[in-house]
Design a protein around this ligand. Structure first.
Ligand code: FAD
Length: 398
C-alpha cells in the first residue's frame, strides 16, 4: 500500500521491472529445463535428473535468490520469491518444493545468524559453481503437525541437543524433510529437554559432513518425485557451539516466524500447479470438438474455466499480499500466510481435479501431464501445517 495524491491510500498491483525480470527468467527456466522432463522424475530414483536441474538453477543464481547481495545472492524479497516459486511449480511441483524448502532452511539462518555465521554460510548458498541445497529438518516419527503447532510449545520434539563445553551434541531422528539426503546444510529443530517446552527449544545448523549424521533411502511417494524425502539420523552428531542459532529458548520463536515465509511459499507453489493444469486444459478445451463445437463453447465448460481463473487469481492475490507484508520490516503475519497456504492448496486440488475431468481420458494419461499436478498438489494440504490444524489455529486468533 502507498500514499497517493491528497493522502489517499492506494493499492498498487504493478510488478516492478526487477520483479518482472525474475518472473521472466524463472518462467524461461521452467519452460526450457523443467517442463520437458517433468514426467520423468517419477522414474528418476537416483535423483540424477533433478540434481542436474538444481545444478542449472544454481548456475543462474536461483538457489541463492533470497541471499543478501553482500554475500553474492540476489537479495530477492518475498514477492520475488513467490513469483519464482509459482513459475517453478508450473514446470514441476517437486522441483519448486525442493528449491522452496531450501530457501525455507535458509530462512532461520537469515533471521537469527550472527555476522560471523552469515559470513560462513551465506556465500555457499549463493554459489553458482556448487549446488548447495539446504534442508529444514522439523518432522519426526512421533509428530509432524505437533512440532509446527504453537500450542504444543515444543513439547513433542524428541531431537535432543546437549551442550558440552564448546560443543553441541545432537541425537534424534527426523523424517520427511525435503532435500533430506542431498543437502549441504541441515537446519535442525531440536530441544535441550522437551519437558521445558519452548524454553528448551533451539535450532542447530548441521553440515552434511558432520560425523554421526546419516540418511535413509528416499521414500517412494504419490507425487513430488523430484523432491527427496527420507530419514535423517543424528547419532551423537557433534558441531561447534556457534552452530546454534540465537540462544537455547529461541528455537520456537524462530521456527514460528520462518513458517510465515514458508507457508506463503507453499501458497505460491499451489498457485503454480493450479495454473499449470489450467493452461493445459484450456488449450485442450479450445481445440477439442464435442457435440460439433469446441468444448470451451459449452456454457458449463466455459463457466468452469471462469471459476478456475477466478480461484487461481484469488489465491495468487492472497499469496502476494502475504509476501508483500513479509517483505516490510516487522509486518510479517502468520494469519495471512496461513490463509494464503490453505486457500491456495485447496484451490490447487480442486482446479487440478477439474482439469483432469474436463480432459477426459487424456487428462488421466501420464503422457499429457495433468494428472501429475493432482498428485503433486495433494501434499500441500498436508505439509507445512496440515490445513485442518492451521485453519483451527487461524480461527482461534480471529
Ligand atoms: C513432499 C514432502 C515435503 C516435505 N517437506 C518437509 C520439510 O521440508 N521439512 C520437514 O520437516 N517436513 C517436511 N515434510 C513433512 C510434513 O511437513 C509433515 O508430514 C506434516 O507436517 C504432517 O505431519 P505428519 O505426517 O506427522 O502428520 P500428523 O501430524 O500426524 O497429521 C496427520 C493429519 O492429522 C490432522 N491433524 C493434525 N493435527 C491436527 C489438529 N491439531 N487439529 C485437527 N487435525 C489435525 C491433519 O489432518 C493431518 O493431515 C514433507 C513431506 C512431504 C511429503
Amino acid at each position: 500500500m502507498m500514499e497517493g495524491k491528497k493522502g489517499v491510500v492506494m493499492l498498487d498491483f504493478t510488478l516492478s521491472e526487477e520483479q518482472l525480470a525474475i518472473q521472466r527468467l524463472v518462467r524461461e527456466f521452467a519452460d526450457k529445463e523443467i517442463r520437458p522432463v517433468a514426467s520423468q522424475f517419477e522414474r528418476d530414483e537416483e535423483g540424477q535428473l533433478a540434481e542436474e536441474i538444481f545444478r542449472k538453477a544454481a548456475r543462474i543464481g536461483m538457489l541463492g535468490l533470497p541471499v543478501p547481495r553482500d554475500y553474492g545472492g540476489s537479495e530477492a524479497f518475498n514477492v520475488e520469491c513467490s513469483l519464482a516459486l509459482e513459475e517453478l511449480a508450473v514446470g514441476c511441483g517437486g522441483i519448486a518444493t525442493a528449491i522452496g524448502a531450501s530457501w525455507f532452511g535458509q530462512t532461520p539462518i537469515m533471521m537469527a545468524a550472527t555476522q560471523e555465521q552469515r559470513q560462513r554460510w551465506f556465500p555457499t548458498f549463493a554459489s553458482t559453481e556448487e549446488t548447495n541445497l539446504c534442508c529444514m529438518a522439523m518432522t519426526e516419527p512421533q509428530g509432524g503437525s505437533d512440532i509446527e503447532n504453537p500450542y504444543m510449545e515444543s513439547r513433542t520434539i524428541r531431537t535432543r541437543v546437549r551442550i558440552e563445553g564448546e560443543r553441541l551434541i545432537v541425537n534424534g531422528h527426523k523424517l520427511w524433510p525435503s532435500n533430506s539426503d542431498n543437502s549441504y546444510l541441515y537446519t535442525v529443530v531440536a530441544t535441550t529437554d522437551p519437558n521445558l517446552g519452548d524454553i528448551g527449544s533451539c535450532i542447530v545448523v548441521v553440515p552434511r559432513n558432520a560425523p554421526g549424521l546419516s540418511f535413509g533411502k528416499p521414500y517412494r511417494k504419490m507425487g513430488m518425485d523430484a523432491d527427496r524425502n527420507g530419514d535423517i539420523f543424528f547419532d551423537n552428531v557433534e558441531v561447534p557451539l556457534d552452530h546454534l542459532l540465537g540462544k537455547v529458548r529461541d528455537g520456537a520463536r524462530i521456527l514460528q516466524r520462518a513458517l510465515i515465509y514458508d507457508r506463503t511459499g507453499a501458497g505460491a507453489i499451489s498457485v503454480g500447479m493450479a495454473r499449470g493444469a489450467y493452461e493445459i486444459a484450456l488449450n485442450y478445451a479450445k481445440e477439442r470438438v464435442v457435440t460439433a463445437r469446441p468444448m470451451i463453447q459449452n456454457p458449463i465448460t466455459s463457466a468452469m474455466f471462469g471459476d478456475m481463473a477466478t480461484a487461481i487469481d484469488a489465491a495468487r492475490l492472497l499469496v502476494l499480499r502475504s509476501a508483500w507484508f513479509n517483505a516490510q520490516r516487522g509486518q510479517a503475519n502468520i494469519g495471512w500466510a496461513t490463509m494464503a497456504k490453505v486457500y491456495a492448496s485447496d484451490v490447487a486440488m480442486k482446479v487440478t481435479t477439474d482439469c483432469v475431468q474436463l480432459m477426459g481420458s487424456y487428462g488421466y494419461s501420464k503422457e499429457v501431464g495433468v494428472e501429475k499436478y493432482i498428485r503433486d498438489a495433494k501434499i500441500i494440504q498436508i505439509y507445512i501445517g496440515a490445513n485442518k490444524l492451521t485453519r483451527q489455529v487461524n480461527g482461534e486468533t480471529l
